[in-house]
Design a protein around this ligand. Structure first.
Ligand SMILES: *[C@@H]1O[C@H](CO)[C@@H](O)[C@H](O)[C@H]1NC(C)=O
Ligand SMILES: *[C@@H]1O[C@H](CO)[C@@H](O)[C@H](O)[C@H]1NC(C)=O
Ligand SMILES: *[C@@H]1O[C@H](CO)[C@@H](O)[C@H](O)[C@H]1NC(C)=O
Ligand SMILES: *[C@@H]1O[C@H](CO)[C@@H](O)[C@H](O)[C@H]1NC(C)=O
Ligand SMILES: *[C@@H]1O[C@H](CO)[C@@H](O)[C@H](O)[C@H]1NC(C)=O
Length: 428
């Protein structure tokens, strides 16, 4: 018995040593890549995607249906034909697509229904949380105007933006945005790769919220990185925010190579992200992050992620956690296109996963994304952070401190930092 234990201990030590050697080689290799920053060229799959996107609204649904038939069929099979609001709505979309139309084209008519009407149609509607009622009431409203724009954001890079950091924020988070600007969200051209940053905002929440419009305008004039739309910035409007951002990307940043969509309270190791993106095959569509597989709706009423059974039935598709994920810029028009045929879902990263599933593009897991944070003992360790791409969540103060440490050329890290452990997602 004792002997067996010794053998297995020897084995695990040998395995650990081998892993370390491999990791060291890998890290040296990625560091080398970071220094060269080769600018990849987009060639092949640009020509296999749908023909010219301009103007995007004119692409006939029949073309979408034809081009994505296989993945749409699979998508359809993954959604139970259950008596639930979203499932019903999505089946209407499928039927419309088959007939060559868009199920609900009245996206300017808001709200799109009356409360009394919905109460008779949806079981338990009256007992839904207020956010759900609003989500359903305004679920088909997708057309909101830009209050603050940065039309030259990508044009200034001669349309050669390599990485667009699209950071979801809310009007009141001034300190979080400043910390991002001062650290990992700095704009520039490190190694010739243009990085640009935008913060995505709606208007301050609620009738009784403080009026922040003047401050945000002032901030926008000072830094030139705010995009603000005329809708109420609530958790359940994040899908809407995504959709409006995709529209913006098509209008003003069509040539962007990669988009990193993240929260304003994540910490991003931008040099490492650039190193990674320089090494990916640009001929393949990229959708990567921390992948949630086999997740399903949260039925616990008090949860932020609560989904009533009369609203949605079924599993979730594999999706990249919304704290931060990356996708190819060339996918932006496809995502927007397919989203015309996928009913909005109140949880934005799940919705993005649904759209990618409809496009037939599965998320690729990347171990450097830690959207549920890392083990508590490592949370202030710069060496651990220097190995990650993204971690959620850090305060503005922690962000400044960590950034200073990981960008210090004098930082020396031992091998023990090389294998950060992810924290388990809460209750999924
Ligand atoms: C889509 O695929 C289904 C089943 O695989 C097939 O029956 C249908 O004809 C296809 N439709 C188009 C437009 O390609
Ligand atoms: C869009 O949806 C709303 C509410 O579900 C409905 O009242 C309206 O008739 C629909 N419009 C179209 C064009 O289908
Ligand atoms: C969005 O609304 C504006 C006016 O508010 C209108 O001019 C525009 O055509 C609408 N766009 C779509 C796609 O419905
Ligand atoms: C950048 O792209 C926009 C829109 O696609 C175009 O109007 C503009 O001329 C381009 N600018 C450069 C410098 O290529
Ligand atoms: C989303 O924004 C619209 C426009 O401001 C608002 O009417 C609606 O209540 C918001 N939806 C949610 C779920 O907060």
């Amino acid at each position: 018995m004792k002997r067996r234990m010794n053998i297995s201990r020897c084995l695990s030590i040998a395995t650990a040593l081998l892993t370390l050697v491999a990791l060291k080689a890998y890290i040296e290799w990625t560091t080398e890549q970071e220094e060269r920053y080769p600018m990849p060229h987009i060639t092949r799959w640009q020509s296999v995607s749908i023909p010219p996107f301009q103007p995007f609204e004119e692409i006939p649904p029949s073309l979408v249906y034809h081009r994505f038939n296989a993945s749409l069929q699979q998508f359809r099979h993954s959604i139970p034909r259950a008596k639930a609001y979203w499932n019903d709505k999505q089946y209407k979309n499928f039927r419309a697509l088959e007939e060559g139309s868009v199920a609900n084209a009245s996206w300017n008519k808001c709200p799109s229904a009356k409360v009394e009407e919905l109460a008779t149609k949806i079981k338990h509607f009256n007992s839904y949380p207020e956010l759900y009622k609003n989500f359903i009431l305004y679920g088909d409203c997708r057309n909101y105007s830009l209050l603050i724009n940065e039309p030259r954001k990508c044009a200034d890079t001669k349309n050669n933006t390599f990485l667009l950091l699209a950071i979801k924020s809310v009007p009141g988070n001034f300190a979080a945005r400043q910390a991002v600007r001062d650290t990992w969200g700095q704009e520039g051209e490190p190694g010739g790769l243009a990085i640009r940053t935008v913060f995505l905002l709606g208007t301050a929440e609620g009738r009784f919220g403080p009026h922040l419009q003047h401050l945000v305008h002032f901030e926008s004039r000072s830094f030139g990185d705010i995009l603000m739309w005329d809708f109420e910035d609530t958790f359940f409007n994040l899908t809407l925010k995504d959709s409006l951002f995709l529209h913006w990307t098509l209008d003003y940043c069509r040539h962007v190579r990669f988009i990193l969509k993240g929260d304003d309270d994540v910490f991003i190791n931008t040099p490492k992200v650039l190193g990674y993106l320089s090494s990916v095959d640009v001929n393949k569509p990229l959708y990567t992050g921390q992948v949630m597989s086999n997740a399903s709706p949260f039925r616990f009423q008090k949860s932020k992620y609560y989904v009533p059974e009369s609203f949605y039935v079924g599993p979730y598709p594999a999706y990249a956690g919304g704290g931060g994920y990356i996708f190819s810029g060339l996918l932006a028009p496809l995502l927007l296109l397919i989203s015309q045929h996928v009913a909005f879902y109140p949880i934005d990263d799940v919705y993005t996963g649904l759209c990618f599933q409809a496009l037939g593009i599965p998320p690729q897991p990347h171990a450097g994304f830690m959207t549920f944070d890392i083990a508590e003992k490592d949370r202030e360790d710069p060496c651990v952070h220097s190995q990650l791409l993204l971690v959620h969540r850090r305060s503005p103060r922690q962000t400044l401190h960590l950034w200073k440490q990981i960008t210090d050329p004098k930082l020396r890290c031992g091998p023990e930092a090389l294998n950060p452990q992810p924290e388990k997602p809460p209750g999924f």
